[in-house]
Design a protein around this ligand. Structure first.
Ligand code: SF4
Ligand code: SF4
Length: 450
């Protein structure tokens, strides 16, 4: 079994145990223990909410170092569409792509172009009669992991088509091979807006191995690009920009919904909103929908935790850029359809549920523990303050039953116990031992004392 990997990690020296992150984690995967945050690996979906929320920059995403490029003979960058929205709109996309070459890549393949291909593939998939409706988009890996962990019964709703990032990786690799490079000498690197994509490269879901070797965050690459822009000579530009607005618009929420052309479509962004919508899907309230685009970040990938531009500004910019590059697909639709029919776009492995560990492997004991948990929850104050290091009282009750915490971790209960103890001590301090007392002892019905 492949081990659990997470690209979100903690810089313990910077963490002050402020509890901000535990209250915003959508899967309740963080606790504060001993004054520091700790991530519960089985629950974390790498959405990056904690990176965004931490006021002390203690949560970090593991990405590659540019020195990694020296491990390969031919390096290809595959930038996410959101990358384009991070710079001034006046800078042509082709200049940005050439700037990527200038920082050390040999070639650039746009994920936006792959997104066009995936839009065509999804449109065809939605025409199938035997799919489970509503179909849920598979492009955001944080959502896939959320479904695996929290909504395993919705796995069959996930569209079994590779993400634009993976398709771009595949196309980039094929290009390198066409040039005569051996597969092992080709390095394909994603320019990522989020940690979830990094995790999906290193621990892919639905495929055995990713076509991509690693990732650099937009935050990391941004200053390198800015440094190179002034030295780019427009006369020497290689034509690397191929995508149309249909692929570029995938970088904002609603972009997929726009590019996929079939049926009743819904777009939802922001992990907490997605959770609400998935609960409705679970209850069968959205069976009239054909397609639901779900993105963990507010605004879509332009709002990813590893971007630099304000997400609202980035949205306006990307929408304008997409309009500039037109609505006509740049890819050959017939070729995409032929590849789709050959199964080229489909995931090769089943997506497996990753449900949270039961309270006990033994069903009888699990029921007992559940009852115990409910009893503990009744006794807790219900303030959901987070001072215990768990995100809410329910989570603390569960932690107590699992043996990770104790009732006295709740500061209200601790205060009550201290008060009780103090009252007992005061009462005790007023007690005078008989030898020092002034009152004569009484014994009912007798007169044994003289
Ligand atoms: S938000 Fe979380 S990681 Fe950041 S300082 Fe507070 S407890 Fe630590
Ligand atoms: S919405 Fe985009 S940036 Fe945010 S977690 Fe999903 S893939 Fe990453």
């Amino acid at each position: 079994m492949r081990d659990i990997y997470h690209s979100v990690t903690l810089d313990k020296d910077k963490c002050r145990g402020c509890t901000n992150c535990i209250k915003n984690c959508p899967t309740e995967a963080i606790r504060v223990r001993g004054g520091k945050a700790a991530i519960l690996k089985s629950k974390c979906i790498d959405c990056g909410e904690c990176i965004r929320i931490c006021p002390h920059h203690a949560k970090i995403a593991s990405t590659d170092d540019l020195k990694t490029l020296s491990n390969y003979k031919y390096n290809i960058a595959i930038p996410a569409p959101a990358f384009y929205s991070q710079f001034s709109e006046d800078i042509d996309i082709n200049i940005l792509l050439n700037a990527l070459k200038a920082i050390g890549f040999d070639y650039v393949y746009e994920v936006a172009e792959a997104a066009e291909r995936v839009s065509i593939a999804i449109t065809n998939y939605l025409k199938k009669n035997d799919r489970t409706a509503p179909s849920i988009s598979s492009s955001c890996p944080a959502i896939i992991r959320l479904i695996q962990v929290r909504f395993p019964e919705l796995i069959e709703n996930i569209i079994p088509i590779n993400s634009p990032m993976e398709i771009a990786g595949k196309k980039a690799r094929e290009y390198g091979v066409q040039l005569g490079y051996r597969d092992k000498d080709i390095g394909v690197f994603f320019i990522t807006p989020c940690p979830a994509k990094v995790t999906s490269i290193l621990r892919p879901v639905g495929v055995k191995k990713s076509y991509i070797n690693g990732a650099f965050s937009i935050t990391q690459i941004y200053s390198e690009i800015i440094k190179k822009l002034s030295s780019i000579n427009e006369a020497d530009l290689e034509n690397l920009q191929k995508s149309s607005g249909q692929g570029i618009i995938w970088g904002v929420s609603g972009g997929e919904k726009h590019a996929v052309d079939y049926g009743n479509r819904l777009s939802v962004d922001g992990i907490h909103n997605v959770i609400n919508v998935l609960e409705e899907v679970e209850m069968g309230k959205l069976n009239n929908m054909d397609y639901i685009e779900c993105q963990a970040c507010i605004g879509g990938c332009i709002g990813g935790a590893l971007t630099v531009e304000n997400r609202f500004i980035a949205r306006i910019k990307l929408e304008r850029i997409a309009r500039r590059y037109g609505q006509k697909f740049s890819v050959d639709c017939d070729e995409v359809l032929a590849d789709y029919k050959k199964g080229e776009y489909f995931l090769k492995e089943e997506i497996k549920p990753k449900p949270i560990q039961p309270l006990d492997k033994n069903l009888g004991r699990a029921v007992e523990k559940m009852k115990h948990m409910e009893k503990i929850l009744e006794d807790l104050p219900g303030l959901d303050c987070g001072a215990c290091g768990a995100p809410n009282c329910q989570a603390l009750a569960e932690d107590i039953v699992r043996g990770y915490a104790q009732e006295l971790d709740c500061i209200i209960i601790l205060k009550e116990r201290v008060n009780e103890l103090a009252e007992k001590m005061v009462a005790l301090s007023k007690t005078v031992p008989p030898a020092m007392g002034i009152k004569e002892p009484e014994e009912e019905g007798t007169n044994n004392w003289d």
